[in-house]
Design a protein around this ligand. Structure first.
Ligand code: FES
Length: 128
């Protein structure tokens, strides 16, 4: 496999990845691994997507209904080790790991944590 060209020009990097110019504050990972999916991982992911997109917070392509200048990156991820107490949700750079998250909890995490900066303690497992 050929190695990709290593790009050093910032303007070229920004052209190829416009998200580099977005005022991103946080990244939210939602686990859709096997165990979390069995207790609603996809539904939790869908609810974060819906709420963040409606509020214009989800960074992403306009063609996907997202905001290129959004403050939150939403990412689906695989298992992080809380398999028996999912759905696992992580918020970075805060280092907050939530467990037992259900779709109805997404609005509270968005409003309290992502918008106001207050961790939702009833769902928090650990803070890194
Ligand atoms: S499957 Fe989600 S933490 Fe393991």
């Amino acid at each position: 496999m050929p190695k990709p060209k290593f790009i050093t020009d910032r303007q070229e990097l920004e052209k190829l990845a416009p998200m580099l110019n977005a005022p991103i504050k946080r990244q939210v990972f939602v686990c859709t691994g096997k165990s979390c999916s069995a207790v609603g991982g996809q539904e939790v992911m869908a609810e974060f997507d819906r709420i963040l997109t409606e509020k214009g917070l989800r960074q992403g392509k306009e063609s996907k209904g997202r905001n290129p200048m959004g403050e939150v990156v939403l990412t689906e991820c695989g298992s992080i080790g809380f398999c028996s107490i999912g759905v696992a949700v992580m918020v970075y750079p805060d280092g907050t790991m939530y467990g037992q998250v259900q779709p109805e909890d997404a609005a509270e995490i968005v409003e309290e944590h992502l918008e106001k900066g207050s961790v939702v303690e009833r769902l928090e497992l650990i803070r890194l």
